[in-house]
Design a protein around this ligand. Structure first.
Ligand code: SAM
Length: 209
């Protein structure tokens, strides 16, 4: 994002993720002779065995343009009574030129709240990039709030029963956005040295009407 935008806010619910992002940012700012110092982290190997690895801000990015904040994508606006103390809220009346939301929808208790927030977050002609594998679980999201993905006639109370999440997302966003592209984006998560998860996120790019 920092390659394309002058000011970037990176938001996640996890304090640990934001702290690591801040450390990588600080290492990027400390670049010397074009080399960025590395930040150590632990990667799982097997069982309780871990190994030490290093990460640094990628080349051609601009860490100084980024602010990393702890926040809840379900409660982003200052008038929301459920904003947790210390959680990021969008400054009053502010809107963004771009929003990138990756692999979040199927991790929140009410994805429709996140989906509907994009129209308010983006200014006219702003760009939205939305990616999600729709790996619904009841641990993260009650079945009644999944974006479809339950059979027609199920007693889940789901308003989109019988439909696929891809179609629900496109129908909801089409009210305020023009669809630009729709692709499948592969990703690989390493659980441990002999176990990986291969996923394909449904990725759509939109322009705010
Ligand atoms: C599947 S991970 C994806 C992480 C990253 N976006 C990526 O694609 O690699 C889901 C992320 O959503 C974050 N998350 C879960 N609920 C959230 C919420 N309500 N608001 C903001 N972030 C949330 C988790 O902390 C986690 O980092």
């Amino acid at each position: 994002m920092s390659k394309y935008f002058d000011h970037v806010v990176g938001l996640d619910y996890s304090r640990a993720f934001i702290q690591l992002a801040e450390e990588v940012k600080a290492s990027g700012a400390a670049a010397f002779n074009n080399k960025r110092p590395k930040v150590p982290y632990c990667a799982p190997v097997q069982g309780e065995l871990t190994e030490s690895r290093e990460v640094s801000a990628p080349r051609n990015t601009f860490p100084e343009r980024c602010a990393f904040v702890v926040g809840d994508a379900m409660h982003l606006f200052p008038e929301d009574p459920d904003v947790a103390p210390g959680s990021y809220t969008v400054p009053d009346g502010a809107s963004f030129d771009g929003v990138l939301c990756v692999n979040l929808l199927d991790r929140v208790p009410d994805p429709m709240v996140v989906l509907r927030s994009f129209a308010r977050l983006l200014q006219r002609r702003g760009v939205l990039v939305l990616c999600d594998p729709y790996s619904w679980t009841e641990t993260a999201t009650p079945k009644s709030k999944w974006l479809g993905a339950v059979p027609e006639g199920s007693d889940s109370g789901n308003a989109f029963a019988g439909r696929r999440s891809e179609d629900v997302v496109k129908e909801v966003l089409s009210a305020d956005f023009e669809l630009q592209t729709e692709t499948e984006e592969p990703f690989l998560i390493r659980d441990h040295v002999r176990h990986y998860q291969l996923g394909f996120s449904h990725c759509t790019v939109w322009i705010r009407k």
